[in-house]
Design a protein around this ligand. Structure first.
Ligand SMILES: C[S@@+](CC[C@H](N)C(=O)[O-])C[C@H]1O[C@@H](n2cnc3c(N)ncnc32)[C@H](O)[C@@H]1O
Length: 359
């Protein structure tokens, strides 16, 4: 990779991101120019308005070479659809991947191409395959990868299904949140392969123990990734009107925030909202999943639930299970077989929740 005037900025950036652990990936962060992959990004002001930031803006390079996620694509509603993830989290995931030169790596979510460039820098471009669902992003990433002189194999398609033509993979990293590891991707994983993937509000690291089987645990650090793009139904508050109210003894205002991580595993892809009075006090919360199941709970203790799944019942179960306090992420693990995938708490025999494998 060619030398450029940002080299010293990159070196400092590479030395300071993450929690200071020794990592073979720091050299890649020092060598690969992040700014080539993020010539512009979007910054949100306090009112929630997005502003485009480009190379000519003050502070551009300072932000690019800081431990900050950069939103690089917004949809027509202003919802981010692609980003360059927080470098410290990228480093933690690359460390967890435990890849070595010679490994054949698959990446789900090319995005800007920056992570693919880091992988290619350390492992050799010929050993990296990266897939993004958005053909425009793939075209941009391909151009920028060529600019920094490395050309991993980049393809437009549904990365959740892998890329069988270049399998078997000994390392698989997802940089978009997935609901589970699709059986098609599992078939492309070699025995002994390490898989690192965001599931819910965490990142799981699993090792393939035999064809189609894997076992692992979540990393201790929190993570919020863009979901793999999929259609979703909104909440059905109308249907709640017909339901007679039940009661809850839970402290409604802070319950969803408190059990956010286990909820993201038990109710994959759930959404939530809250209602407030004029003085800002929370008066109720809403919860829904993409099959249209919806629940609301008022701070008065009234709960209504409708749809195929009783969502508040799951909240009650989790609150009872973790009544002693918030569980640590790395107390949770995953078991994958060709027939089913489950996340569990404590041990693989502990309380567990099924993950749908068809999405
Ligand atoms: C956080 S960004 C990836 C960051 C990227 N690795 C980088 O270094 O810039 C998530 C990406 O996942 C992509 N994505 C979402 N669903 C996908 C799918 N089903 N298959 C492949 N890519 C997908 C999005 O288009 C987005 O670019």
């Amino acid at each position: 990779m060619s030398h450029d005037p940002t080299a010293s900025l990159r070196e400092e950036f590479a030395a300071t991101i993450g929690d200071g652990v020794d990592s073979p990936w720091r050299a890649a962060f020092a060598a690969v120019p992040r700014h080539t992959f993020t010539p512009e990004f979007f910054d949100q002001d306090q009112r929630g308005q997005w502003r485009r930031v480009t190379r000519s803006d003050d502070g551009y390079l300072r932000t690019v070479y800081s431990d900050t996620a950069l939103m690089t694509q917004l949809d027509s509603n202003g919802v981010p659809t692609s980003s360059s993830s927080e470098p410290g989290l990228m480093l933690a995931m690359l460390d967890a991947l435990d890849a070595h030169p010679g490994d054949n790596v698959f990446e789900l979510g090319t995005g800007t191409g920056y992570n693919a460039a880091l992988l290619a820098h350390r492992l050799g471009a010929e050993n990296v395959t990266s897939v993004d669902v958005d053909p425009e992003l793939v075209a941009l990433a391909t151009r920028r990868l060529a600019e920094v002189g490395c050309q991993p194999f980049v393809h437009a398609g549904d990365g959740a299904l892998g890329y069988p033509q270049r399998a078997p993979y000994s390392r698989i990293i997802a940089t978009a949140a997935v609901r589970s590891l699709h059986p098609a991707l599992m078939e492309q994983a070699a025995v002994g392969a390490v898989i690192v993937a965001p599931i819910g509000y965490g990142v799981v690291r699993a090792t393939v123990t035999e064809p189609g089987h894997a076992e692992g645990r979540f990393l201790p650090r929190p993570a919020l990734f863009m979901p793999r793009r999929a259609p979703s139904r909104g909440p059905d508050f109308e249907a709640l009107r017909e339901q007679s109210p039940e009661t809850t003894a839970l402290p409604v205002a802070d319950t969803l925030g408190r059990w956010k991580f286990p909820l993201s595993l038990a109710l994959p892809g759930y959404n939530s909202c809250s209602w407030r009075s004029d003085d800002g006090t929370v008066t109720g919360v809403g919860l829904w999943t993409e099959d249209g199941s919806t629940a609301t709970a008022r701070t008065s203790g009234h709960v209504r639930q409708a749809g195929p799944r009783r969502l508040w019942d799951t909240v009650e179960e989790l609150a009872a299970l973790f009544s002693d306090g918030q569980p640590a992420r790395d107390d949770f693990g995953i078991t994958i077989t060709p027939e089913a995938q489950r996340v569990w708490y404590g041990t693989s025999e502990g309380p567990s929740w099924s993950l749908a494998t068809d999405q």
